[in-house]
Design a protein around this ligand. Structure first.
Ligand SMILES: C[S@@+](CC[C@H](N)C(=O)[O-])C[C@H]1O[C@@H](n2cnc3c(N)ncnc32)[C@H](O)[C@@H]1O
Length: 368
């Protein structure tokens, strides 16, 4: 991604008498970080939803100025926090390019607030169907350094290998650990886990082609490996029966934040899942205390601002389940090279730094 232009000229947008229009004045006031003038222009009827010729909104200009009051005002006037210009840049990109940390933080907080409100009003429209049913019922193909679906979306790619190796070390810190991995893909994390000599290694995989590939590669014959073929949502009893786990990793495909959140509720809460014995609430699937959880953190992976908002949201949601999350920053520079994505329909990670999550029971979580 090239850098957004943060200080380019604003088109005067002359009105009929030759002077700049109210809208051009409004964008210029945002660009100057002049909150008072922005307020006056809006009161005089200037249209806040104006964009310039490159699709930049009042929020992009306010972010480029770095002035937090102007940003707040523009957000309050209705410009969405996640608006994009023609170059696909967020307001956050403009704030970052200008080195405006406070302004960037304001945008992240606005994003968290907006997403939290949105979630209160969103309904479950799934009808009980798997959200990734199309993916699970169409063929996938292993081709060299990647696994792709029928539409050439990257299901898994080998550029992630260093990340998967780190995730494996996080969830399997000592030999003989009991570990669970949800989503086999190319088996990169599973190979890394095997190198760390777990005592029991459970793998859940839902796609029939992936499952066939695993068996061809001999994963079903490894003495410490248990494969559960099916969606994790349908395998909770078996997952639980093979636990509790010292380490759990989650990385599926074609699922969304809701599924990740559902998984968290299943593995961290007691008394959830589909266990038939309700007389004593079952212990959490992640060993308590001491268990470590991690997940592929590709949330909002095409824009840094969106990603940073989702890192906050997932951390808050996990905290409500008694889990503390730490992010370690790992370079993922390789995704900026065009070659990495050649032949792939849409890059799914476009950020130079990967936030690798380590999630552990909080000291005040029940059971400790
Ligand atoms: C991104 S890949 C996992 C890559 C893996 N971490 C690795 O190191 O190679 C995602 C995998 O999750 C599987 N999957 C998708 N939905 C699933 C579900 N609900 N339950 C279990 N597996 C699922 C996909 O078929 C795919 O193999």
């Amino acid at each position: 991604m090239s850098e957004p232009q943060s200080k380019t000229q604003i088109d005067n947008g002359n009105d009929n008498d030759g002077g700049p229009s109210n809208e051009a004045l409004l964008l210029a006031a945002c660009h100057a970080g002049n909150a008072q003038q922005v307020e006056e222009l809006v009161a005089q009827g200037a249209e806040i939803f104006v964009t310039d010729e490159t699709g930049r909104t009042a929020l992009h200009f306010a972010a480029a100025s770095g002035d937090v009051d102007t940003i707040k005002l523009v957000l309050k006037s209705g410009i969405p926090w996640n608006t994009l210009d023609v170059g696909n840049y967020t307001a956050g990109d403009y704030a970052e390019t200008g080195g405006h940390e406070e302004a960037y933080e304001e945008l992240v907080q606005a994003g968290v607030r907006a997403e939290m409100v949105l979630r209160m009003f969103s309904k479950d429209t799934s009808d009980g169907k798997a959200v990734n049913e199309d993916y699970l019922t169409q063929p996938v193909e292993y081709s060299g350094d990647r696994l792709v679906d029928a539409e050439k979306n990257g299901v898994m790619m080998s550029w992630e290998t260093p990340l998967m190796e780190l995730h494996a070390k996080v969830i399997c810190s000592k030999p003989d650990s009991v570990v669970l991995n949800v989503g086999f893909g190319m088996g990169i994390i599973d190979s890394a886990l095997q190198d760390l000599r777990p005592g029991r290694h459970v793998i859940v995989e839902a796609h029939p082609d992936v499952y066939r590939h695993m068996c061809q590669e001999g994963w079903d014959a490894k003495p410490n490996v248990h494969i559960l073929f099916g969606r994790w949502q349908d395998k909770l009893d078996e997952i639980r029966a093979l636990g509790p786990y010292d380490g759990i990793f989650f990385d599926t495909f074609g699922e969304f934040y809701k599924e990740l959140d559902d998984f968290h509720k299943a593995i961290f809460a007691t008394g959830l899942g589909s266990s038939s014995d309700t007389s004593t609430p079952p212990a959490p699937i992640l060993r308590q205390p001491g268990g470590i959880y991690s997940f592929f953190n590709g949330l909002g992976g095409d824009h840094k601002l969106f990603h940073d908002v989702y890192c906050r949201i997932v951390r808050a949601d996990l905290r409500n389940l008694g889990i503390e999350t730490q992010y370690s920053q790992v370079s993922s520079d390789v995704v900026m090279e065009e070659e990495t994505w050649k032949g792939i329909k849409r890059p799914y990670w476009m950020i130079k730094t990967y936030n690798l999550p380590t999630c552990e029971w909080a000291a005040d979580a029940s059971g400790q």
